[in-house]
Ligand binder design. Sequence first.
Ligand SMILES: Cc1cc2nc3c(=O)[nH]c(=O)nc-3n(C[C@H](O)[C@H](O)[C@H](O)COP(=O)(O)OP(=O)(O)OC[C@H]3O[C@@H](n4cnc5c(N)ncnc54)[C@H](O)[C@@H]3O)c2cc1C
Length: 319
Amino acid sequence: MAGILVVAEKNEGEITPASFELLGAARQLADQGGGSVSALIAGSAADASTLIAHGADAAFTSAAPEDSLAEVLLPAVEAAVSQSGADIVLISMSSLGRDLGPALAFRAKSGVAMDCTALAIEGGKLRATRSCYGGNARAEHTWAGGLQIATVKAKTYDALPADGGRSGAVSAIDAIGEARIKVVGVEKATAEGVKLEDAEVVVSGGRGLGDPSGFQSLETLAGTFKQAAVGASRAACDLGWYPPSQQVGLTGKVVSPNLYIAVAISGASQHMAGMGGAKNIVAINRDADCNMVKVSRFAIIEDYKKVLPALIEEIKKLG
Ligand SMILES: Cc1cc2nc3c(=O)[nH]c(=O)nc-3n(C[C@H](O)[C@H](O)[C@H](O)COP(=O)(O)OP(=O)(O)OC[C@H]3O[C@@H](n4cnc5c(N)ncnc54)[C@H](O)[C@@H]3O)c2cc1C
């Protein structure tokens, strides 16, 4: 029996948003003939029910701690694969997923496609798409046989809203691996305000700002929205104009806000890899022919220094 197993994760007691996104992806694959959707979580029966409400047909719980390393969770994943009959396993591209995907592939004598940006069922098999050649090309992978394992980039798929009417079997898995690695400490990155990945509006700046002071206007513009954060292109971060934690793109954060305002950013493929999923793109750029203008819904072709003060004033008038 073919099927899809989603490995869900918890962080600080909460199921991660990426886990719900994986369930959204799995449901799309199920609709394409991928089989039923199971989910595994190192968590409680209540967590399992939450996963079912968000799209799983059945769920497994493991008594392993929520912050388990791959080697601790691996036996439970193998047991869930065997009990569910899944031939596809979806894992978040989280720190756990980076280890778990290859470890599972090694044990299953199969292969793993890492950091996937699209998944589809074709001819009953998984087809996984990921970036390659530094974001300049896309590679499509299929499996010759065996377990098809993919880790999925965050924000690639939308989570489904919870449906309390959904029901499914919940089973506990006892198998727990032995930890040979000890985590001696975890340091949290401090961030003020809305997280870039969670922002409804992202205002990003690029090399065309000319100097770091340009980001002050971007912060003022972001301040006119309720749920906004400021991002930057890699060029701007590399110049030391804005913190690397705010970099958007292939080697930075992936965002999918309702509104992405790209100020003086050309729209290189590596930048687009981080914000191509934005619902509405507004480009402010002097170059009408640059890629960011081409992909935008609205564009203002002008020096950003003239545009931003006027834009901020108009938005403030709207209250
Ligand atoms: C392996 C690899 C990974 C990478 N990862 C990332 C990544 O994660 N994120 C990322 O962003 N890049 C990444 N890059 C770099 C990427 O290829 C581009 O070099 C970078 O995105 C360019 O940044 P930019 O658009 O700010 O600068 P530029 O390409 O220099 O564009 C500046 C833009 O500003 C406009 N401009 C100039 N002056 C003004 C003005 N006064 N008013 C309005 N507009 C103005 C110009 O017309 C131009 O369009 C990566 C590259 C590689 C090879």
